[in-house]
Ligand binder design. Structure first.
Ligand code: PLP
Length: 404
């Protein structure tokens, strides 16, 4: 049985008060809180086990290297990647997608080539492709969500032409909560590689990249209950062989002379400079923690929260929920027609100790599509409860009373 109170007890920050009220943390879409095991791992990493990794010949360097490198296997297990050599560490999804844009896409795309992406992408999965548009004349082909926020795989596939060189899609919208069937997209894409932004997807459901068949799958540690500045991207072996290094510097080289440079074997070929050592070790602990609870269990718990929240919001006829796709994740973007602005909602809820996020959520093309300047987003995680949904609804009712 899923014991949410036991899980909550693992996250020390959830016991604190904010503005004299118990903290109701519903800003998990932006960044999630950390369990004590992750906090301990980071503290221990610096207090007892810290040194730079790789090439060290002393005890602490070997220890740090061993712990850091062990995380590759943990990420591979978390994503069910065929090999840990297909996992590249980075600082998060933004870096992962930029690496693909610079290292894999840029050298393979010419003017008029196309990248298919959805209007619901986060800027991290838009701006790197705009760079290719600006610099190389690549065309961005946009797929709009349906009226209920669904992003059907066949709609994405219908945008593919013989000029399509990449499909870049999120698995879960950080605004609408819609889940995209990336397996069906990959299955229908023929030879066109598929990049998946897994920043939200990997948090809310089990991911099996071998089964999905996708070419790139990016995750970001701080949303996975791990440290900020940690992350990884799965890159299929064939794509790795095609990819150029994105950044140059220590660790990614085999030999440097005045005239030449040769590179380390992948994945290290794509990891330049001193990495986020302790952050990555903390990411490994966070993923072990999630797998210990069970991704299926987390998904089921969050599905029941999503259902409960959707039912409670239904009762508020002045509240608009942006995105009602079937099976959506527990991410709710809320607007009030002619009433409180998203920022007002957030400010008033904060007085009640409720943390949500107001703004465009780094998804301006989607805001344009929805015809709203901003939304108030309540995003749930593995430790949230139905009582917290009730507290949110009470807070929203208060806003409605204050703003009419
Ligand atoms: N993609 C999605 C869907 C996100 O929600 C986020 C974070 O908000 C990102 C990408 C960017 O992640 P990061 O800032 O950790 O690189």
């Amino acid at each position: 049985m899923y014991d949410v109170n036991k899980i909550r007890a693992d996250f020390p920050i959830l016991a604190r008060e904010v503005n004299g009220q118990p903290l109701t943390y519903l800003d998990n879409g932006a960044s999630a809180q950390k369990p004590q095991v992750v906090i301990d791992a980071v503290t221990r990493g610096y207090a007892e086990e810290y040194s730079n990794v790789h090439r060290g010949l002393h005890y602490l360097s070997n220890l740090a290297t061993e712990k850091y490198e062990a995380v590759r296997g943990i990420v591979a297990r978390f994503l069910n990647a065929p090999s840990e050599d297909e996992i590249v560490f980075n600082s998060g999804t933004t870096e992962g997608i930029n690496m693909v844009a610079y290292g894999w896409a840029a050298p393979r795309m010419a003017e008029g080539d196309e990248i298919v992406l959805t209007v619901a992408e986060h800027h991290a999965n838009i701006v790197p492709w705009h760079f290719l548009r600006e610099r190389q004349g690549v065309r961005l082909v946009w797929v709009e969500p349906d009226a209920d926020g669904s992003i059907p795989a066949d709609k994405v596939l219908a945008a593919v032409t013989e000029r399509t060189k990449l499909i870049a899609v999120t698995q879960c919208s950080n605004v609408l909560g819609s889940i995209v069937d990336v397996k069906a997209i990959k299955a229908g894409a023929g030879d066109v590689p598929v990049l998946v932004d897994g920043s939200q997807g990997a948090v809310h459901m089990p991911v099996d990249v071998a089964d999905l068949g996708v070419d790139f799958y990016a995750i970001t540690g701080h949303k996975l209950y791990g440290p900020s500045g940690s992350g990884a991207i799965f890159v299929k072996r064939e794509r790795m062989d095609e990819m150029r290094p994105f950044m140059g510097g220590g660790d990614m080289i085999r030999e440097v002379t005045r005239e030449t440079v040769t590179y380390n074997d992948p994945p290290m070929k794509f990891e330049a400079g001193t990495p986020g050592i302790v952050q990555t070790i903390g990411l490994g602990v966070a993923l072990e923690y999630m797998m210990g609870v069970g991704m299926e269990n987390i998904a089921a718990h969050e599905a029941s929260l999503a259902k409960y929240a959707a039912e409670r919001f239904e009762g508020l006829n002045w509240l608009n929920v942006q995105g009602k796709a079937p099976g959506k994740a527990a991410i709710f973007s809320l607007t009030v027609e002619g009433g409180a602005h998203a920022h007002d909602l957030s400010t008033i809820l904060d007085k009640k100790g409720i943390a949500i996020r107001a703004g465009h959520h780094c998804a301006q093309p989607l805001m344009d599509h929805l015809g709203v300047p901003a939304t108030a987003r309540a995003s749930f995680g593995m430790y949230n409860t139905t009582e917290e949904v009730d507290r949110l609804v009470e807070g929203l009712e208060l806003c409605h009373r204050l703003f009419g």
